[in-house]
Design a protein around this ligand. Sequence first.
Ligand SMILES: Cc1cc2nc3c(=O)[nH]c(=O)nc-3n(C[C@H](O)[C@H](O)[C@H](O)COP(=O)(O)O)c2cc1C
Length: 205
Amino acid sequence: MVSERNIRILGISGSPRKKATDYAVSHALEYASENYSASVEYFSAKGKTINFCIHCDYCIRKKEGCVFKDDLTDLYDKMIWADAWIIGTPVYQGNVSGQTKVIIDRCRAVVARNPKVFRNKVGIGVSNGGDRTGGQEPALKTIHDFYIINEMIPIGGGAFGANLGGTFWSKDKGKEGIENDEVGMKSLYRTIDRMIEVSRTLIDC
Ligand SMILES: Cc1cc2nc3c(=O)[nH]c(=O)nc-3n(C[C@H](O)[C@H](O)[C@H](O)COP(=O)(O)O)c2cc1C
């Protein structure tokens, strides 16, 4: 049976700014929507109130979501809605930003309510650093580990260019750095193409 709906993609930027990561993730969503008619949703960490997980176990005991009713509440709904996720992060100290880490930690509340909630959703990572090799791949691996732990399917873009996902060298120039990184752009497009291919197989559309 072939589904009649479009693939639903959620893009998350784990940067506290609307600069490099914001541009990379928004551009990825634009690409997926223009080339594959995907339905898209976007969340940026900029200006958002996002509390750290405090390990109070409210989510485990109550199974009613997180004790914090902050700006992640709406994101939880989008996470459930999406067939595929793009998590974008700037590299901080060789790994994901604190904002990105808190967003993924806080997913415990969604999974506590329904352990299979993210099962078989497809996930990719997009990282960017001021240095050419500043920790983009460790950051992607952190994102992939999150996908694996939550029974999602992590996707890369394939060998010779997009191995673990979208990787950019921003040169600390924000949007301009991303736009001018041709190699990074190729890694992004290839990863999105593969994400769509796998998602289509999974949801039959
Ligand atoms: C606290 C902090 C730590 C950083 N650590 C690294 C790093 O380890 N490696 C790197 O390549 N860039 C590092 N950067 C630079 C950012 O990754 C880079 O400027 C990125 O493009 C910022 O993305 P944004 O414009 O979306 O915020 C760091 C920046 C900050 C603020």
